[in-house]
Unconditional design. Structure first.
Length: 175
């Protein structure tokens, strides 16, 4: 069978551990670079605030899944399926189905684009809490996001009226 990408379901949060364990098992089994070629955990950079500081962190695009490029044989199927932390393949019936080439290209392109500019953790209509500044401890709803200036326009209820306030990303946190 030809080399293709397969989506493998793992225990959520154990993707890195499964990748390392699968790679080690494939090297011991001598199938690394012969039947199993690559293991990918799609992540994108996200801009968040922690304790009032801006932090860029890697966020998994598909939590609970890894992508494995391999020739699907009975041996490689058993090797992947019997790896600790793997719960199964994305399959139709009992046989795993490969990802389409267009899907894989789109995922790879999105991963390259996300490395250039971190994604903003806020979206319009998110409810946030102000953590610093004159409006500390107020809650509000995001009306506009300006990622270039790292500013948010938030509607905060003051004396029963929604008041638009411009805040920095570092002054708020998601609720």
């Amino acid at each position: 069978m030809a080399k293709a990408w397969y989506a493998v379901h793992t225990i959520s949060g154990h993707e890195n551990k499964v990748r390392e364990l699968l790679r080690r098992r494939a090297e011991v089994d001598r199938s690394w670079n012969f039947d199993i070629f690559d293991i990918l955990i799609p992540t994108e950079q996200e801009l968040t605030t922690r304790a009032g500081k801006r932090v860029v962190r890697d966020k998994k695009v598909f939590p609970g899944y890894i992508l494995v490029q391999m020739n699907l044989t009975d041996d490689t199927y058993k090797l992947v399926k019997n790896t600790s932390g793997v719960t199964g393949f994305v399959a139709s019936g009992t046989r795993p189905i490969p990802l389409e080439d267009g899907e894989v290209r789109r995922i790879m392109t999105n991963l390259e684009n996300s490395k250039e500019a971190p994604k903003v953790a806020f979206t319009k209509a998110d409810v946030i809490r102000v953590v610093e500044g004159p409006f500390a401890d107020y809650t509000g709803k995001i009306e506009e996001i300006n990622p270039e200036r790292e500013k948010l326009k938030v509607l905060i209820s003051i004396f029963g009226r929604d008041t638009p306030v411009e805040l920095d990303f570092t002054q708020v946190e998601k609720m």
